[in-house]
Write a protein of this length. Structure first.
Length: 318
């Protein structure tokens, strides 16, 4: 399946929201973003899954290992080195290795196992009914793990819930949900954006619930808000694609080069806290500078890696 520019823009929006979420504490904005931003990435991955591309399970695993696990290992090494330099004697390497790297790269590792699991499910039966039952079983497994407080290292306990969102994405394409749709009036797009995202924000304010996929924490209604929030972001991406040329190009590029942003955004956020925050008295100005600096530094790393070390982000050298 060829690249979908609207979904690349949506991924770019998701990356920016991820950075904003990491910059903020447990405030409504943080909870709002977390309701849908990681589920959205999983649904997009499932949307593009194409079993016909793969002749064998081994070929699939080998390809995805290069695209997900190699970047995971590379950025994990960078994160460990930077963390050890910042924290010095306070850094516990063995604790980190036993529990998992405490950064957003958990997503790369979990996506790898989610795709292996889904590959097997899809081989057994890719019918809507079977996949629907699989969603219910996996969601129940995730809730049991959460209720019994079973936490696995490296966020492995999140695999069932994350697979639910991956299957949902696959099912949306299977039932012919076209992104972008043939045509939608600008007023309809704006209404879809405002209504869907407002509903998610209201839910966060009223319920106080907080989705945290890395910790396998999601309320039952969180599945609904994840889909509704993703719907809003997809509509926003379509609006941007056809109405704002430069924002469209920038967000699409970020969406196509998301791995360095996932791997290093928290590193640059923390470095900003250490190097810039002491000299900026205004909280609002500092947070704006932190966001811009993090995006620019991740973009620079993306350009350098794509040019000189494309294997680090799972790409072949051109």
């Amino acid at each position: 399946m060829k690249r979908n520019n609207a979904l690349d823009i949506a991924k770019g929006i998701g990356i920016v929201l991820m950075i904003v979420g990491h910059m903020t504490g447990m405030i409504p904005l943080h909870k709002f973003i977390y309701q849908f931003h990681m589920p959205m990435f999983l649904m997009f991955s499932g949307y593009f899954f194409d079993a016909q591309k793969w002749n064998s399970f081994l070929a699939f695993v080998t390809k995805r290992f290069k695209q997900l696990i190699v970047p995971y290992i590379c950025f994990a090494v960078v994160i460990i080195l930077v963390s050890s330099m910042i924290l010095e004697s306070d850094y516990n390497l063995m604790l980190t290795l036993s529990q998992g790297i405490p950064h957003a790269i958990w997503y790369l590792l979990i996506l790898f196992f989610v795709e292996i699991l889904f590959f097997g499910l899809n081989k057994i039966n890719n019918g809507i009914s079977f996949l629907g039952v699989s969603i219910l079983v996996l969601a129940l497994m995730g809730q049991i793990l959460y209720w019994t407080n079973i936490k696995c290292p490296y966020s492995l306990s999140a695999i069932p819930v994350c697979t639910v969102f991956y299957i949902l994405g696959f099912m949306f394409r299977k039932i012919a949900v076209k992104i972008p749709p043939p045509s939608l009036p600008k007023k309809v797009l704006i209404a879809n954006i405002l209504i869907s995202l407002s509903l998610v924000y209201i839910y966060v304010l009223v319920s106080g619930c907080h989705t945290e996929l890395a910790g396998n924490s999601i309320a039952p209604f969180g599945y609904v808000t994840a889909v509704v929030g993703t719907f809003g972001i997809v509509n926003l991406s379509i609006f941007i694609e056809y109405n704002t040329k430069y924002s469209s190009l920038a967000l699409s590029w970020i969406g196509k080069n998301s791995i360095p942003f996932i791997g290093l955004n928290l590193v640059f956020i923390i470095l900003c806290d250490i190097l810039i925050r002491p000299y900026i008295s205004s909280f609002g100005i500092y947070k704006s500078m932190q966001l811009i600096a993090t995006i620019l530094m991740c973009s620079l790393i993306s350009i350098l890696v794509n040019r000189y070390f494309p294997w680090v982000v799972g790409k072949n050298k051109k």
